[in-house]
Design a protein around this ligand. Structure first.
Ligand code: DC
Length: 225
């Protein structure tokens, strides 16, 4: 008995880290939908196009989006994961994600990928648009301070020179863009469980979502008996 799990929440709240660990524990497939929007920003840079150019929509429609066994995104067969995690791509992606034509293409692909059960998708519109019928919906939050601290550590590990205040301001700006955009803004659905990870370790966060998932799986197993 498998279910689908939708995890939504703001930038740098650790959704992908939690989703990945949870997928491993449940033996489910994780899809990081943010990396698909990031791949579109990569396409825009590669072809020197602006976020609203029709030509960008054409490139997105013609492209193939897949994930390999490490959860890395493959754009037209090429692993671009290491190229889509920079400050520049962060902000460009947030603007590109406002383009409704691009959103509908990516939503369609995501729905095709998760057409059966056993999927964990993380993003901004999973519970509200992509997998409205997901059995478990989680809205993952964390204070801007704790998210900025986590991002700073990530950048430092990669040897990227950046200060705390710059990261803090960028997260705030991306939150505003993601929450106030016209199409599919980040929203907490009424049926979502809220997980505030500000003071939780990764393990504690994964444990909590795992407990929610197991409760649902057991419940469904009992009603099917
Ligand atoms: O989760 P992330 O930081 O990798 O997401 C990158 C950007 O893509 C972010 O600005 C929000 C956007 N996004 C979206 O609009 N819808 C999704 N389902 C996933 C990400």
């Amino acid at each position: 008995m498998k279910i689908n799990i939708a995890i939504d929440g703001p930038s740098a709240s650790g959704k992908s880290t939690i989703a990945k660990a949870l997928a491993k524990r449940l033996n489910y497939t994780h899809i990081d939908t943010g990396s698909m929007y990031r791949a579109c920003a990569y396409l825009a840079l590669k072809h020197d196009l602006r976020p609203n150019d029709e030509e960008l929509v054409d490139y997105v429609n013609k492209s193939q989006f897949e994930f390999n066994e490490n959860g890395h995104i493959l754009l037209n067969g090429k692993d671009i994961d290491s190229k889509i995690r920079s400050k520049h791509i962060d902000l460009l992606t947030s603007t590109i994600a406002q383009n409704q034509a691009i959103r509908s293409t990516l939503v369609r692909i995501q729905q095709q990928m998760a057409h059966t059960k056993g999927y964990i998708l993380d993003g901004r519109d999973i519970g509200s648009v992509v997998l409205k019928d997901a059995e478990l919906k989680v809205f993952q939050t964390a204070s801007i301070e704790s998210r900025a601290k986590r991002r700073l550590t990530e950048y430092q590990v990669k040897g990227i020179d950046v200060d705390y205040q710059t990261i803090y301001d960028e997260i705030k700006l991306r939150d505003l863009q993601d929450r106030s955009r016209e199409h599919s803004p980040l929203t907490q659905t009424e049926d979502a469980h809220v997980l505030d990870t500000s003071d939780l370790t990764i393990e504690q966060s994964v444990d909590q979502v795992y407990r929610w998932a197991m409760e649902l799986i057991e419940e469904r197993r009992d009603t099917n008996d």
